[in-house]
Design a protein around this ligand. Structure first.
Ligand code: FNR
Length: 364
């Protein structure tokens, strides 16, 4: 599609739908069960109204923030997403290059299709990279990835707490979805992914998660990863005050409010609707992030107004990559930053930390 027509997040979605094979589109776009939580994530943003302010003399707002000692160009990052090469041959290094150009952080998935070191090099020196970890039955796999990320110059680890195994994703079951043979989890050794006798084949993500992920994991993993890597460890997939307290007790350096983009527990609330409960329970002790349903700079603004330090964007990044590789992701990210800037100007906010609940109206 002509680049000039990519003016809104939805334009990237439409472009990706046209170019991706049907089963890959379904793998990315789909959620668990009846996809109620998937739909709720985006819908939740639609019911919040922004409060315009006039003649507020904000000039050029500053979107930059500091997180765990690093500068981010805006309170927007890229959520961990498996196999960027499914969307485009540029893969994670293309995404990293785009993130690096804007000084925005990228969370690299355990199931990245390119090596951690190559992604680090593509991002450049000034952009934060975090590594997302799933907990494997074979603890050496999880721990090895954590050490490798530290050696490669990653800034933090993100443990996904909502995935003892993958949710029931009906589109993938109906399509019998398999990751094409030329796309591999580049940072996992084939012989280490499953216990002896278990399935070793990573082609079906859901079957692989059943055999390789550890459904018995508890919160002690946070402290273990912290000690062995020396990196801050965040917990991703927290939706309740109870889990917020568990994460804090375990020593988490931050929390990502997320329902995995509606791909795990269908029937869970929208991420935005869980944000307040988590922010309250965190008592300002650690930064609280959100992912799920962010489809524009104004959505990011709403999450910030309701207490998030920053937001992560998931599917739209793969759509932008599918549409136009690394330049597509760069264009999407600058679009989101531009929309956030507009929203700050029209609501009278010069800096990100000044954005608070007085800027929005909640549904009655
Ligand atoms: C994901 N997500 C995810 N999360 C994670 O912790 N590790 C992973 O490897 C993946 N992989 C993955 C692949 C695909 C195709 C999707 C769509 C999602 C979940 C992701 O990090 C995030 O929570 C949601 O995608 C955020 O919601 P939106 O922005 O997609 O609505």
């Amino acid at each position: 599609p002509p680049r000039a027509r990519l003016l809104d997040c939805a334009d990237f979605t439409d472009a990706a739908r046209r170019v991706l094979p049907r089963d890959v589109w379904d793998f990315i776009a789909g959620g668990a069960g009846r996809e109620r939580t998937l739909a709720a994530n985006e819908a939740a943003f639609g019911s919040v109204r922004l409060r315009p302010r006039g003649l507020s003399a904000v000039g050029e707002p500053d979107t930059a923030i500091r997180v765990l000692g690093d500068r981010w160009g805006a309170p927007l990052g890229i959520a961990p997403l498996a196999y960027h090469e499914l969307a485009h041959a540029d893969g994670e290094s293309g995404t990293a290059e785009a993130a690096g150009a804007l000084g925005l952080p990228l969370v690299v998935s355990t199931f990245a299709s390119q090596p951690l070191e190559r992604i680090r090099a593509a991002a450049g020196t000034s952009t934060p990279l975090w590594l997302q970890l799933y907990c494997f039955r074979d603890q050496r796999v999880t721990d090895g990835l954590a050490r490798r990320a530290a050696d490669a110059g990653y800034q933090a680890l993100v443990v996904t707490v909502d995935t003892p195994y993958m949710g029931r994703r009906l589109r993938d079951l109906r399509n019998d979805f398999r990751v094409p043979a030329h796309i591999r989890p580049a940072n996992l050794e084939p012989d280490r992914q499953a216990p002896p006798g278990g399935a070793t084949d990573t082609d079906s993500p859901s079957a692989h998660s059943r055999s390789a992920f550890c459904p018995d994991q508890d919160w002690t993993v946070v402290g273990r990863l912290r000690r062995l890597s020396g990196l801050p460890v965040l917990a991703k997939g927290v939706m309740t005050a109870q889990d917020t307290r568990a994460a804090l007790s375990a020593g988490a350096a931050g929390i990502v409010v997320s329902n995995h983009g509606g791909r795990q527990l269908d029937g869970a609330p929208a991420a935005l609707d869980a944000l307040g409960e988590v922010v309250t329970a965190a008592e300002g002790r650690v930064p609280v992030f959100l992912d799920g349903g962010v489809r524009g700079g104004a959505d990011a603004f709403v999450a910030l107004a309701l207490g998030a330090t920053a937001v992560f964007v998931g599917r739209p990044v793969l759509y932008a990559l599918a549409a136009d590789g690394a330049p597509g992701v760069r264009r999407l990210l600058s679009l989101l930053c531009g929309e956030l800037t507009d929203t700050m100007v029209f609501t009278g906010h010069r800096t990100v930390p000044s954005i608070d609940a007085t800027a929005v109206e909640m549904p009655r």
